[in-house]
Design a protein around this ligand. Structure first.
Ligand code: G16
Ligand code: MG
Length: 212
């Protein structure tokens, strides 16, 4: 029986990918590094410093101090992008999916790689629907490592085998499985071949489909 569920944020409950892209693009343009929406795909679910490393590649001249500076500048631009976020920026059905889990008595965790996740769920007025928000800064390794989903299980006091994870990124589905949970993929079967169930969007979320 299901005891808990862990939701990813970006790409599952809201679309912050566009905002991340615009902020990274601004930085890449300033550095004269080619970057487009296709290259941005590889950054989904990857943490801030990891994303920066993917953009810089093996270009010389970017030591740790400069990288920290660039990551901080990107985040300032990202904060500008999400300054206007509100409840209307939740994907259709996102709040209903969370309420469905609450009504079923599940513990609910937020398992986002974003350090801005607490700010976003507060602005979108769904913070009260989560029992715990895992702080990605507290983890040794990001997705596809299982750490964030294992931390969710611990925080909810649930066995991973009694939990579901909901993700839109392949690295996220891999992390859910590595933690010993079943994965609901939001997207297409082609993009998320490893997911146990696939829904096109969070509006299609239905707990009854994921009973074992
Ligand atoms: C999100 C995005 C990633 C982003 C990461 C870190 O992850 O998908 O593109 O790089 O958060 O964000 P921040 O710079 O705000 O800490 P998720 O796990 O919510 O899909
Ligand atoms: Mg995501």
């Amino acid at each position: 029986t299901l005891k808990g569920i862990a939701f990813d944020l970006d790409g599952v409950l809201t679309d912050t990918a566009r905002a991340h892209y615009r902020a990274w693009k601004r930085m890449a343009d300033q550095l004269g590094i080619p970057f487009d929406e296709e290259a941005n795909e590889a950054l989904k679910g990857v943490d801030r410093m990891g994303s920066l490393a993917l953009i810089l590649g093996d270009r010389p001249g970017y030591d740790e101090a400069r990288r920290v500076c660039l990551a901080s500048q990107k985040n300032d631009w990202y904060l500008e992008e999400i300054a206007h976020f509100g409840p209307g920026d939740l994907f259709p059905g996102a709040r209903a999916a969370l309420e469905q889990c609450r009504a079923a008595g599940l513990g609910i965790a937020l398992a986002s790689a974003s350090r801005n996740a607490p700010l976003l769920i507060a602005r979108m007025q769904v913070a009260d629907l989560f029992d715990t928000i895992i702080d990605p800064a507290s983890l040794a390794a990001g997705k596809p490592a299982p750490d964030i989903f294992l931390a969710a299980a611990t925080a909810l006091g649930a066995d991973p085998a009694e939990m579901l994870g909901v993700e839109d990124a392949p690295a996220g589905v891999e992390a859910i499985h590595a933690a010993g949970m079943k994965a609901v993929g939001v997207g297409t079967p082609a993009a998320l071949p490893e997911a146990d169930w696939i829904i096109p969007a969070i509006a299609d979320f239905d707990l009854r489909d994921y009973a074992d």
